[in-house]
Every structure is written in C-alpha cells, then in structure tokens.
Design a protein around this ligand. Structure first.
Ligand code: MN
Length: 257
C-alpha cells in the first residue's frame, strides 16, 4: 500500500476518523458586528429560485447571499492592511491548507475571564511541556466559546464597552506570526482577535501580524474538545474567490482513534 492507501484503509476500519470543525451556515449564523462608523458585511442567507415548481419544475436551487467573513471562515493575507500586497483567498498555498494540528486549551481561563488574552508565556510553556510546534502546523485555540455559538448575544458578548471575547495580546500575536513556522491559527470566537482588540496596540494585533506575515486565520471553529492536543491532521477548504479577502470554509480534522 502507498501512504494514501494506508490512510484510506484506516478510515474504512475506523482507526482514523473525520471530524467536522465547521459551524453550519444559515441565517442564524453569528457574524462580527463592527461599531459605528464602520460598515458591516451582510449575514448569510439563501434565496429560493425554484423548488420543483414553475421557475424550475424538476429541480430546486438557491442563490446564496453572504459576506466573505461569515461563519467558519478563513482570513487571507490581503484581508488586512499589513498583508495588502499578499495573497488573496484564491492564491493560498495548497500545501499549507493540509497539515498537522495542535490544540491549545485555554477554556478554563476564558470561562473565568471572557476578556482573557493568551500571552507569549502561555505559548512557550506549552512548548516546554509538549514539544515544538510542528512545521506547517495549524494552532487551534480552544476557549470553550463554541458553547455560545447558538446564541448570537452570548457569542458576541457585547455591552456598552464593546465585545468581551478571548484573544491574544499584541506581543503574543507578533510572536506567533514572526517566530513560528506555522501555516495559521484557528479560534472558536467570531474573529481571530479578542473582542476588545480595537483597544490594543496595534489595533487587532492578530490580524495585523498574522496576515502581514503571510499566515492564515480561521474563526468560529467547533468540536475542538474532540481533538487530541497533538497527532491529528487538518484540511482547510476555502472557496477560491478571485480577489477575495476570505471565504466561508469547510474545516475537517483527520483524527487517529
Ligand atoms: Mn475574517
């Protein structure tokens, strides 16, 4: 057997399992809400064109209406001003969309403090305990935020001072972007930065440093609690929208059992 056949054989015996890390896309899917005066993207919706009726008697089909950055989606480098000369979502390196996955669990910290920010110390102590992050890997940050994904209010956690959801310090975002040989990061929250990241320096530091360093980000992930800390593989499949700054993305994990 070649190595691909070995994986396929393991899939058929159940030794290897495919997990969906993607949130379902519907009108209810929560998306980012920017404060005034910024302009928000539209939410996802489908529009019926025919349903086995006069406009199409033998078939059903829809138009879809969506912003690029809705639901489980990927941020391409050109999404941010720091990556404006970089790749759009149709140009991403395919070899980096499949790779090892590492899961870092900060759910206890984020439950205790919704404004919790992951710092460089958390990253270096994780590596001391578990070893170096593999080359070409995706770092997925578990915060337990998935449990709010059915409730838009709780998921965005907005009050008069803004949104309260966990994320990264500016120093940590810079360190991840510049010191690690990874493909990208993924989070459970609506964006790759903390809810209050407009107040950090630079504002939205994970967007700024990660996308500026030609790395990719994914948001609104699910089922991270079902992944091992190490040893699984991820498949990230955004639509190749020409000139697109991001895309709703199917994210699958290939997990040994
Ligand atoms: Mn985005």
């Amino acid at each position: 057997m070649n190595s691909v056949e070995e994986v396929l054989a393991s899939l058929s015996t159940g030794e290897v399992e495919v997990l969906d890390l993607t949130a379902p896309l519907s009108r209810e899917t929560p998306s980012l809400v920017l404060p005034e005066p910024f302009v928000n993207l539209i939410d996802f919706r489908i529009e019926e064109v025919s349903a086995y009726n006069e406009p199409g008697p033998f078939w059903k089909h829809h138009n879809i209406h969506t912003g690029e950055h809705v639901g489980t989606h990927l941020d391409a480098p050109i999404h941010w001003i720091s990556g404006r000369e970089g790749k759009d979502v149709s140009q991403l390196d395919l070899g980096r969309l499949v790779g090892p996955v590492v899961v870092l669990d900060f759910s206890a910290e984020a439950t205790a403090d919704p404004d919790f920010l992951i710092d460089v110390d958390h990253m270096t102590s994780w590596q001391e305990k578990h070893g170096k992050f593999p080359a070409n890997s995706w770092l997925l940050f578990r915060t337990g935020w998935e449990k709010y994904s059915h409730d838009k209010q709780a998921f965005l956690n907005l009050d008069d001072e803004g949104s309260h959801t966990p994320g990264f310090t500016a120093a940590c975002a810079k360190w991840i972007a510049e010191e690690l040989d990874i493909s990208g990061i993924g989070v459970e929250t609506v964006g790759i930065d903390a809810g209050n990241a407009a107040t950090l320096d630079p504002p939205f530091p994970m967007h700024y440093f990660l996308l500026g360093a030609d790395k990719y980000g994914i948001t609104s992930l699910r089922n991270l609690d079902k992944l091992p800390a190490n040893g699984a593989m991820i498949v990230v499949a955004p639509l190749p929208i020409v000139g697109g700054t991001g895309s709703p993305t199917r994210v699958l994990a290939i997990v040994p059992r």
